[in-house]
Design a protein around this ligand. Structure first.
Ligand code: 4AD
Ligand code: MG
Length: 480
């Protein structure tokens, strides 16, 4: 039996025509009004049951959470809440939901905290909030592929199991295929982890960049979009141990071209959400406004959700060098009373998110791209500037979030790259394949990484990154 998505029926003019809809009961009022949701939209479809002519045993089974198939005619609604409704002819219960059991879950019709919802991540997608977030997540993912496809980029699938540490930060999850009963041992009896993966030490990728670079130097313009892993013990609202990253990489492109792309790309995907996810954004905006009423002023959102998205789309991103930013931060206080928690005293210090947010929210009042960072706080592959102490790095900073994107022009000169690697004790042998790109037809090239969950966090107006990925992984949490 075919059935029609609720999103289509809600805007349909096929009055008096018969349809079948399938979904989960959100509420059942007065033995008559079923609010049905099938995930295709935030909005429920009202289905009006002729209870006098319906078997009472069947009526009893129409409970919150049950999966039902409803057939009936589409009619103009007499009630105020909706334009159309279904006049029910037949209800088939596909799956019951025992009310007593359901009461113990987050599907019970009362308010639950986001922490509580996280504990039942397998059920939370059936709530309005998570339905809206996950639809937006999917649409944003589509917009990303669409942007690159329209602009001549190829999607490169870089490996998840890898032998290299792209960021050189040592924050990797080891991948092991050792026999736990009988692992290979060194002469001194300790386990020989260098044989982890059939004779090679391997880990989950922290970034697809290095492999992405090799593909850009053949296909011209590529992007990767896949899961990446960081074994850092960060318990913050902006970090996950498993997150998805979008990484474009372009041959014959310098840092200015990289910044142009980052700005154009971000504006495209956010505009796409504004145009194509209006109901979900309206719902999330209202939710945020309600939540803010019970928060202290300092924790409230600075502006309504959609206004914040327009703030990105309608403003030029301000491009500022690290050195300039340090001068601003040295002479600033976040407010009259308070200093920064980590005051900036000298050139060379890494910025904390309080500094990034100050620059965006208080000083420039627009999205900011910081560039030319000190070499010693950035990864080995970034191109060294003529001054010998800064690199062609860039970070895109967003209000409320801080770093949304990190990228750079890459060091294309073999000798300089080798020197850098030697200084950081990175093995040439391990990265010989990467160095080949610099030996054979090296060229100016650049790229960046955008943390997909940070983008979804921003666009949905949620405050914790754990609420914008279906099954968040963070220290101590990977139950299922
Ligand atoms: O700044 P990062 O570490 O840069 C790279 O990995 C480069 N290889 C990217 C490139 O040039 N191709 O990470 C890029 C972005 C950050 O700006 C941030 O948005 C996100 O990835 N990110 C995280 N998101 C969630 N949880 C974490 N633990 C993250 N670490 C980085
Ligand atoms: Mg970074």
């Amino acid at each position: 039996m075919t059935h029609t998505p609720i999103v289509e029926l809600l805007s349909s003019d096929s009055i008096h025509q018969e349809f079948t809809v399938k979904g989960w009961v959100r509420s059942f009022r007065a033995n008559q009004f079923v609010a049905l949701n099938d995930g295709s939209t935030i909005n429920n479809l009202q289905c009006v049951v002729d209870f006098e002519n319906t078997d009472p045993a069947l009526l009893k089974r129409i409970t919150v959470g049950a999966a039902v198939a409803i057939t009936g005619t589409l009619e103009e609604s007499q009630g105020g809440g909706q334009r159309v409704e279904i006049k029910v002819k037949e209800v088939v219960i596909e799956g019951d939901a025992d009310p007593e059991e359901l009461k113990k879950t987050i599907l019970s019709p009362k308010r639950h905290t986001l922490e509580k919802l996280r504990e039942q991540a397998h059920l939370r997608v059936r709530t309005n909030t998570f339905g809206a977030i996950m639809r937006l997540r999917s649409k944003l993912s589509f917009a990303i592929h669409e942007y690159f496809n329209k602009n001549g980029y190829y999607h490169a699938h870089t490996p998840i199991i890898t032998g290299s540490d792209a960021e050189g930060a040592g924050e990797m999850f080891r991948v092991s295929a050792l026999d736990p009963e009988n692992p290979p041992r060194k002469e001194d009896g300790t386990i020989d982890y260098s044989k982890d993966f059939f004779g090679k030490e391997t880990n989950l990728t922290v970034s697809g960049q290095l492999e992405g670079e090799t593909y850009a130097l053949g296909l011209g313009k590529i992007y990767t979009f896949g899961p990446t892993f960081r074994a850092e013990n960060s318990n913050t609202s902006r970090h996950l141990a498993e997150f998805w990253m979008v990484e474009p990489e372009m041959a014959f492109c310098d840092l200015d071209g990289n910044m142009d792309l980052a700005e154009d790309f971000i504006k495209y995907v956010i505009s796409y959400a504004l145009e194509n996810c209006q109901d979900d954004l309206a719902f999330l905006e209202e939710r945020q406004t309600k939540e803010d009423q019970s928060k202290p002023a300092a924790e409230r959102a600075a502006m309504p959700l959609r206004e914040k998205l327009h703030f990105i789309v309608d403003n030029n991103f301000k491009r500022v060098s690290y050195t300039e930013a340090i001068d601003i931060l040295r002479n600033s206080k976040p407010n009259k009373k308070k200093k920064f928690k980590y005051p900036i005293n000298e050139w060379g210090a890494d910025l904390q998110s309080e500094h990034e947010r100050f620059l965006v929210e208080k000083h420039f009042k627009c999205p900011v791209i910081l560039f030319d960072y000190p070499a010693n706080i950035k990864a080995f592959y970034m191109r060294l500037n003529e001054d010998g102490k800064t690199v062609r790095a860039m970070d895109v900073l967003f209000p409320g979030i801080g770093e949304m994107v990190g990228g750079s022009q890459r060091e294309e000169r073999l000798d300089v790259l080798k020197e850098k690697m030697a200084a950081l004790d990175i093995s040439e042998e391990e990265l010989s394949w990467y160095l080949d790109t610099r030996k054979f037809g090296t060229c100016t090239h650049s790229g960046f990484g955008l943390g997909f969950e940070r983008l979804v966090l921003f666009v949905t107006g949620m405050t914790n990154i754990r609420d914008v990925i279906p099954y968040p992984r963070f220290p101590g949490h990977a139950e299922f």
